[in-house]
Ligand binder design. Structure first.
Ligand SMILES: [Fe+2]
Length: 417
């Protein structure tokens, strides 16, 4: 096998600051957009944010139509509904305003409007056909309203396939937004529980990518187009992931407590982590999170709309993170120690396998999220089904620093109960 010698870093151009969302129209004009589809969700629309962005766009003389039915957990059907609107509307640009699901829905609407076809044509194999978009999409502006997903910085759109009890995605560099506007003012009205869950997702993005298997341990691709979007840790992804870990440790508790400045730092941290994991990838906790979120829908998270049960993404990820990092520790003790130091904000010369897991558990307790799978409705009898679901995420698991087979995943899930 010839080892990979090349790595890449592509990042979404970022505009950050309180009030920056008012520049949405100016950014679309700069991108040459004359008629935009604005994708949002009912919750965000209800806060008035979607309407304000719409006004900013119209003030620049750009036509805009709002589609605000994005689902919290998008499915192929909900993506298809948005994509049909996108195809009919003859738009030359797209805007996603909301959490990861709204931004992901905007990515997919843009994809289908630009290149046609069905959602499943593009979904990662083996669940879908894994077709690659042949050329760049129409301009996409992403405006996140949470401090978590990093979707404004990434090349993936995640969807739930309820029939197969699995979450998967469409991933290609052309899905990456052309511009992000990160405006901390948009998080002012977020419930503490949402900030907690999103912030823990950020910390997982940062920690998983920081300890990911180095890109140079992967086999070199046959041709450049076959290089995976998740390359493994690189010297550049490390910079972004490390900074996001530092912000997470320093600001998440205060952000959950309602401190506006801390929320701003967490929002920036989400984008930094998005750039880091968008290049390096995430692995075991995210691979386990998909079946954890997909298998059962009975959990009613406090602080979220209560029309249907679901497990917030950040909670589904963080719940296995302590056990996952205890498992991966032996692959790279120095990196795990460094990740723990960044999170703790101090040198930890005596750090061992339990240090990073314990810091994460303390953080989970402090921000008030469930620390075990049982609280989320799972028992030991569900472990086999969860392992089966996690094993479908090979695109993620290959980035893990230590090989996680069925037995290892079962042990991690049991330890996370
Ligand atoms: Fe995530």
């Amino acid at each position: 096998m010839s080892r990979e010698q090349v790595f890449t870093l592509e990042a979404t151009p970022l505009k950050y600051g309180r009030g920056a969302a008012a520049e949405a129209g100016w950014e679309l004009e700069r991108l040459g957009v004359k008629r935009a589809m604005l994708v949002s969700d009912p919750g965000v629309a209800g806060t008035g944010i979607t309407g304000r962005v719409r006004e900013s766009i119209e003030a620049s003389g750009i036509e805009v139509e709002v589609w605000d039915r994005a689902r919290v957990e998008p499915t192929a059907d909900s993506f298809a509904e948005a994509a049909a609107f996108a195809v009919d509307g003859d738009f030359d640009g797209f805007v996603g305003v909301g959490g990861g699901s709204s931004i992901d829905t905007a990515k997919v609407s843009d994809l289908i409007a630009t290149h046609g076809g069905e959602i499943m044509d593009y979904v990662n194999a083996p669940v879908g056909e894994g077709r690659k978009p042949p050329s760049a999409l129409r301009p996409l502006l992403a405006i996140p309203t949470t401090c978590g997903s990093g979707a404004e910085a990434t090349t993936v759109a995640i969807l739930d396939i309820p029939e197969q009890h699995v979450k998967t995605g469409i991933s290609h560099r052309y899905l990456r937004p052309d511009q992000a506007i990160v405006d901390p003012e948009l998080t002012d009205s977020l419930p503490a529980e949402v900030v907690a869950s999103c912030g823990l997702d950020v910390i997982c993005h940062a920690a998983e990518s920081y300890v990911a298997r180095p890109y140079s341990e992967r086999e070199a691709p046959g041709e450049p187009g076959d290089r995976p979007p998740y390359q493994g840790a690189t010297p550049i992804s490390d910079i972004w992931s490390a900074k996001a870990l530092e912000y997470g440790g320093r600001y998440l508790r205060d952000a959950v407590g309602g401190d506006a400045e801390a929320r701003g730092w967490m929002m920036l941290g989400a984008s930094l982590a998005g750039i880091g994991f968008g290049a390096a990838g995430v692995h075991i906790p995210h691979a386990c999170a998909y079946p954890i979120a997909g298998l059962k829908h009975d959990y009613r998270p406090p602080g979220y709309p209560s029309d249907h049960g679901f497990i917030p993404h950040g909670q589904s990820v963080i719940v296995t993170a302590p056990a996952a990092f205890r498992f991966t520790y032996e692959a790279s003790p120095d990196r795990h120690r460094r990740a723990a130091e960044l999170l703790a904000g101090e040198p930890l010369p005596d750090a061992g396998p339990d240090t990073l897991p314990e810091l994460l558990l303390a953080l989970m307790r402090d921000v008030g999220v469930p620390t075990g799978l049982e609280e989320l409705g799972y028992g030991v009898e569900d472990v086999d089904a969860l392992v089966e679901g996690a094993l479908k995420q090979q695109r993620l698991l290959v980035v893990a620093p230590r090989e996680a087979d069925a037995e290892a995943l079962a042990a991690i899930l049991r330890a996370s109960l």
